[in-house]
Design a protein. Structure first.
Length: 418
């Protein structure tokens, strides 16, 4: 029997297939991710692969790059690809997790010289979140090529904001090499209240914004969210054969603690636990695929967080047995049918918390983008009531979002590939 705490929506999803023989349903759910991911990924061409569109823009230009380990061009890093084509590279700007993606969450990213390319690397995570005029002085154009995961609190879109602002102030063109959004097939969550603006949420958008990096950049410009309503000169190189109703498996992990598609699909729901006293699996081989804490009274999955240099430095509850839930199967087979943030685990774990005054920490409201969600959970509101309170904001946001779409929007059935 399925554990009700682990698979709260599995029953509804399986009921949708009640006309099928049970064994066939099981086989269908097993092969669904493999079939769709393998077919869709093979057909999509990311912006970085369309060199015929952006190489002419780099001719006789000095170029700065905002890149990390995800900036690949058919097996070759964008930096290496451009160097082979004799493009004059000036420096590399690195976001959270660093140029090589080997820094854990929140770990300081240092500037320095890349051992392989000998290019200067400038950190954009820490005190210096925005390129300075001096750092951009020697370049003519900036390229931004980083894989996002479509959640407001994932800091790459905050880095995008500051890069756009710096380019605007320094009168530099910004070329964005677009990539698919693995969570781009739905929009959900509370809209950020700008009173809670921070590096994990800079704009009045929902937790799941449903945009690619290129589309998001257009929204930043169009809604005049840059300082003093500045406008950044953008050139977006679109993906080919991508739409928002497709499921996309990232070929390279975008950060150390999102190593799988299951973790990426669960991330918008589980990252809120960073603002609680619950572990979301940092320091295990299933980060963002499990939940738990010492002394927890529900769930049948046990794990012990460990110190993992470059992945999870001193994780919560290090070397301590935690009890909770493993959510990988839910994500791998049924996340596609929900198309929403799942609040079930957050609500249920709060209900069984013995000392409720310690459940939330100050970071929760920044992640949620509002204090209202925390207060609703404390008041015992149902998930349905909480979700209903988001609807007016989501409706307004969706009207804004439509103006900036570069790709066909989702139809409500992301698992159908047309």
């Amino acid at each position: 029997m399925l554990n009700k705490y682990i698979y709260p929506s599995q029953r509804q999803a399986i009921q949708a297939f009640s006309f099928l023989d049970f064994s066939f349903r099981f086989l269908f759910l097993l092969v669904l991710p493999i079939f769709f991911f393998s077919n869709i990924n093979a057909q999509i061409a990311v912006g970085a692969e369309k060199m015929n569109e952006y190489l002419p823009l780099l001719k006789n230009k000095k170029v700065s790059l905002v890149v990390n380990q995800t900036s690949m061009v058919k097996g070759s890093h964008l930096v290496d690809t451009l160097l082979k084509r004799k493009v004059k590279l000036i420096n590399i700007f690195a976001p959270e997790h660093g140029f090589r993606g080997d820094h854990s969450a929140g770990e300081k990213v240092k500037s320095g010289i890349d051992a392989t390319t000998k290019l200067q690397i400038i950190s954009l995570y820490g005190k210096n979140k925005k390129p300075t005029e001096a750092q951009l002085a020697k370049c003519d154009v900036v390229i931004f090529d980083i894989q996002d995961v479509g959640a407001r609190f994932y800091t790459y879109i905050s880095t995008l904001h500051y890069v756009m602002e710096a380019c605007s102030e320094s009168h530099k063109m910004l070329i964005i090499l677009d990539r698919p959004n693995p969570n781009g097939y739905y929009v959900d969550g509370p809209i950020l209240d700008t009173a809670y603006r921070s590096f994990v949420g800079m704009h009045p958008v929902p937790i799941v914004h449903g945009l690619t990096i290129g589309e998001y950049a257009q929204m930043i410009n169009g809604e005049r969210w840059l300082k003093d309503s500045l406008q950044c000169k953008l050139q977006i190189v679109k993906c080919d054969r991508y739409t928002h109703d497709q499921l996309y498996r990232l070929p390279i992990k975008p950060s150390p603690n999102l190593p799988t598609s299951e973790a990426i699909f669960l991330y918008p729901s589980l990252c809120l636990f960073e603002g609680t006293n619950v572990s979301l699996g940092r320091g295990t081989y299933k980060p963002f695929e499990c939940l738990g804490k010492p002394g927890n009274s529900i769930g049948d999955y046990n794990f012990i967080p460990m110190n993992m240099p470059g992945i999870a430095e001193k994780p919560p509850f290090q070397d301590t047995l935690c009890r909770g839930f493993l959510l990988s199967e839910y994500a791998n087979n049924l996340m596609y049918f929900d198309m929403k943030i799942n609040l079930y685990w957050l609500i249920e774990l709060y209900k069984v918390e013995k000392d409720k005054s310690t459940f939330f920490n100050l970071f929760f409201d920044k992640l949620a983008g509002t204090s209202k969600l925390r207060k609703q959970i404390v008041e015992g509101k149902s998930e349905e009531d909480i979700r209903q309170s988001w609807q007016e904001g989501l409706q307004k946001y969706n009207q804004i979002r439509k103006k900036y779409l570069l790709y066909r929007d989702f139809t409500g059935k992301p698992w159908i590939y047309e």
